[in-house]
Design a protein around this ligand. Structure first.
Ligand code: NAD
Length: 424
């Protein structure tokens, strides 16, 4: 099987490189020439754990191009993996999906049969009522006779993306004809995981409902944490006691400064927006979002309560990525925290092992970028822990320091002079 991957970001590149292990050829497409160049020189254009090594491993089976027609004509199936960012009113902005779909449709005009797989996260109804009509209209072909279509949402987590892709908890396959289903099975035959077969729209909703559930779980434990802090109870002990209950489970019960990243915030907002379209007000989803909006600021409030004014105070921020293992800072709590510290007049020193280049696009000269964690903590006696990178689990960093921790790093809790967690 030969695949083309339209959109070579976190999901597309990981998907293509993992599937290259089981396929004959993978052609990556992106509108970003820099990404294309990097992939062709067998380098990951962004940081994701293990990705550089994987690209080199599958190097002789992959190529990248900006030419979508070439990619489609030289492959048997195309995966749509372009971004679906947040629109102005919280809805999913689908313009990249539609653009990619139109280009694929134009390209398949000259082909016998092609399978299109929608992997981008799109609101319920998009594949059936938007993507399918665009494909038919712009190709002049008919589904399912002339081309196949599958809605196959992705559940990988950045930072753990390769492992998640190769060992998923399940593969959800939204299908509406047998031939498409047989081909997607062939593509995934190297991956052992339970399959969930549903129609397009259900597959789309499974993705949104899963992300919404996890986001609610995080906001839930953060809210419990906020209450625990006021009552003098350790929320991590509470979570341990809760998590052993199989009905609850221990995952996503780490209280902290809230979720960020390219998925949870935007997907939650897109689902809220979809619900509004059908005149439903989703109370729980709105509340999860509200708790999450406020959570990063709590760390700054706690510091102010302890230290008084932060004006002219040196503060070190350890960690900028929205989570360890990635350089992604989209919707990262670090952005709100650094902005709040600057607004309060603090002099801010930052360090992250992977995400500083991305952060410089938002804060250029307003903060000082440090060369490593040791350098960063040497600049001030006040430390904010914002991302739980392994290298921050070093007792040496915290001796004689006042630490405000958003991620529960035990070494800081035990070895610092003064320690306070955001909700513990
Ligand atoms: P991303 O922004 O990292 O990558 C998208 C890529 O698509 C970019 O490189 C962009 O240049 C490219 N692109 C845009 N329009 C194009 C076009 N017409 N032709 C070719 N390339 C084009 O996005 P991502 O994080 O990989 O997310 C992709 C999709 O997967 C989104 O819908 C997202 O919600 C979903 N998703 C993301 C994750 C995650 O952890 N990042 C997990 C599961 C699902």
């Amino acid at each position: 099987m030969r695949l083309s991957i339209i959109g070579s970001g976190y999901v597309g590149l990981v998907t293509g490189c993992c599937l290259a292990r089981f396929c004959r050829k993978v052609i990556f497409v992106d509108i970003d020439e820099n990404k294309v160049r990097k992939i062709n020189s067998k380098e990951a254009p962004f940081y994701e754990t293990g990705l550089d090594e994987l690209i080199k491993e599958v190097g002789n089976k992959i190529e990248a191009t900006t030419d979508i027609e070439y990619a489609v004509l030289n492959s048997d199936a195309s995966f749509i993996c372009v971004g679906t960012p947040q629109g102005l009113l919280g809805e999913a902005d689908l313009r990249y999906v539609y653009e990619a779909t139109r280009s694929i449709a134009e390209a398949i005009k000259g082909k016998d049969y092609h399978l299109i797989v929608v992997k981008s996260t799109v609101p319920p109804g998009t594949t059936r009522y938007k993507i399918l009509p665009i494909l038919e209209e712009h190709s002049g072909k008919r589904f399912p006779k002339d081309f196949g279509l599958i809605m196959n949402p992705e559940f990988l987590r950045e930072g753990n993306a390769i492992e998640d892709f190769l060992k998923p908890d399940r593969i959800v396959i939204g299908y509406e004809d047998e031939k498409s289903r047989e081909i997607i099975e062939e593509i995934y035959k190297g991956i052992r995981a339970p399959r969930v077969y549903v129609d397009f729209t259900t597959a789309e909703m499974i993705k949104y409902a899963s992300n919404a559930f996890l986001a609610v779980k995080i906001s839930f434990i953060n809210e419990i944490g906020n209450i625990c802090k006021l009552l003098g109870i350790d929320v991590y002990k509470v979570a341990e006691g809760m998590g052993l209950d199989r009905r609850i489970g221990k995952e996503y019960l780490r209280a902290g400064i809230g979720f960020g990243g390219s998925c949870f915030p935007k997907d939650l907002k897109a689902l809220i927006s979809k619900a509004r379209e059908v005149f439903y007000t989703p109370l729980i989803l709105n509340a999860a979002l509200e708790v999450n909006e406020m959570q990063p600021y709590k760390l700054v409030e706690i510091a102010e309560k302890r230290l008084g004014s932060l004006n002219k105070r040196n503060v070190t921020v350890l960690g900028l990525a929205f989570k360890p293992g990635t350089d992604d800072i989209r919707e990262a709590p670090s952005i709100k925290i650094v902005k709040a510290l600057l607004d309060k007049g603090a002099k801010v020193f930052v360090y992250d092992p992977k995400a500083m280049e991305n952060f410089k696009r938002i804060f250029k000269n307003e903060v000082t970028y440090c060369k490593d964690a040791k350098d960063a903590v040497s600049k001030s006696d006040v430390i904010f822990i914002v991302t739980e990178w392994d290298e921050f689990k070093n007792p040496e960093l915290y001796k004689d320091k006042i630490v405000f921790d958003g991620r529960r790093i035990d070494e800081a809790r035990i070895f610092s002079k003064h320690y306070e967690g955001v909700c513990w």
